[in-house]
Design a protein around this ligand. Structure first.
Ligand code: HEC
Ligand code: HEC
Length: 341
């Protein structure tokens, strides 16, 4: 077993720190949460609402990462065009489930994640695995379970792994045939209005990257993380909550994050997401090498166990993680990764 660089854990993030860098500023005052992050691409503000609720909102025009050259972006319909009647009601329910599953179906959510934390912009954003592109691609073969997956099975998988449904009150994802799936699918079908069926759509999935010639290095990644990510996601990776306990910034590791079986727990998948979609507000500013390194730092931290693991970590590593770019089953900082939280 390979031992990875034993480096000290970064210092705890203090909520009452003033951090000022050239591109952004975070200020958390003692009289309540006031965070302000500034950068060249826009302004993202966490402010007190008149009601007293802290909330995250974008006060500049929506931030769009520069699209890779040659992207002929599909544009899903505006929210204002959701029809009236039963179909429209299902589409709206599906959208609400997708953006705030913890509020609507807490019994199936075992962590602090929402679908839209990864499938950004409520599942609309190209190269953040958008739902319009997914809708026209299923049913489809997946090597992960070696069979044709229906859309219901694919959604269920993100509940099991990304949302860690095993740790939820019900102990699992929505049961087969649940209206949760039907409503989400109604929403995806509507997002895909006028999309060509059976063609690979530009913007589907994530940007494809290959492992850099230098490989990836979690120590280099730690430094990038501290400089560019900890501001929002916390030095401890736990993200940040508002006064009403709402999630302002989602966790990247720890007990409330995605589990070891999730796509995002793979270094390649995380790098592909990060290179185009993070750091929020300066999307696209990281080199591919930096995206791999920071992904290695995030994905070499402990998180909830892989629900497929019934025997030892070593056995699950051979069975499920063998062909992956993953730290599962490796030792970092003297700890066997995959043991779970
Ligand atoms: C922690 C991040 C994360 C969360 C949270 C998450 N997903 Fe995913 N999802 C992924 C990743 C990674 C993929 C794989 C994308 C790829 O391989 O290109 C994926 C893929 C998918 C796909 C297939 C996309 C495609 O193009 O094939 C669907 C559908 C999907 N997720 C639905 C959901 C739903 C519904 C939820 C909430 C219940 C959810 N996801 C929550 C990370 C996440
Ligand atoms: C200005 C705040 C901010 C910064 C800086 C930032 N993020 Fe994020 N990040 C977010 C928010 C907010 C989301 C949820 C998705 C959204 O709202 O677009 C998110 C989502 C994510 C996700 C998917 C959801 C999850 O919890 O796994 C990953 C992975 C991620 N960020 C990694 C990074 C990395 C790596 C960096 C540094 C290179 C970074 N982020 C910098 C705010 C930020």
């Amino acid at each position: 077993m390979q031992d990875l660089t034993p480096d000290p854990q970064p210092a705890q993030n203090s909520r009452n720190t003033v951090l000022l860098t050239r591109r952004r500023m975070l200020y958390a005052g003692s009289g309540g949460l006031l965070l302000l992050a500034l950068w060249s691409g826009g302004i993202y503000e966490l402010a007190r609402h008149p009601s007293g609720n802290a909330s995250a909102r974008n006060i500049a025009a929506p931030i769009a990462a520069p699209a890779p050259a040659g992207t002929d972006d599909f544009v899903p319909p505006p929210e204002s065009s959701i029809p009236d009647g039963p179909d429209g009601a299902a589409i709206r329910r599906g959208m609400a489930l997708f953006t705030e599953p913890r509020a609507h179906v807490p019994q199936y959510v075992g962590n602090d994640m929402a679908c839209a934390h990864c499938h950004q912009d409520a599942g609309r954003k190209p190269f953040a695995a958008p739902m319009w592109a997914a809708w026209v691609a299923y049913p489809k073969y997946r090597s992960k379970n070696d069979k044709i997956n229906t859309m219901e099975e694919r959604i269920r998988d993100c509940f099991v792994y990304s949302m860690n449904a095993g740790a939820s009150a019900s102990g699992g994802p929505p049961p087969w045939g649940s209206p949760v799936y039907a409503d989400m699918m109604a929403y995806f079908r509507w997002l895909a209005t006028d999309a060509p069926v059976g063609q690979d759509m530009k913007g589907a999935g994530f940007l494809k990257l290959s492992v850099p010639t230098q490989g990836y290095d979690r120590e280099r990644g730690r430094r990038i993380y501290e400089e560019q990510c900890a501001l929002c996601h916390g030095s401890d990776g736990n993200g940040a909550r508002g006064e009403q306990s709402e999630i302002l910034f989602p966790p990247l590791w720890g007990a409330r994050s995605y589990n070891w079986g999730a796509g995002m727990a793979r270094v390649d998948r995380a790098a592909q997401f990060i290179v185009h979609n993070m750091p929020k507000g300066s999307e696209g500013s990281l080199t591919e090498q930096q995206a791999w390194d920071v992904a290695a730092w995030i994905d070499s931290q402990e998180r909830p166990k892989d629900p497929r693991q019934t025997g030892s970590v070593e056995e699950a590593a051979r069975r499920y993680h063998d062909k992956e770019e993953s730290f599962y089953g490796k030792v970092a900082d003297g700890h066997l990764l995959g043991a779970g939280l």
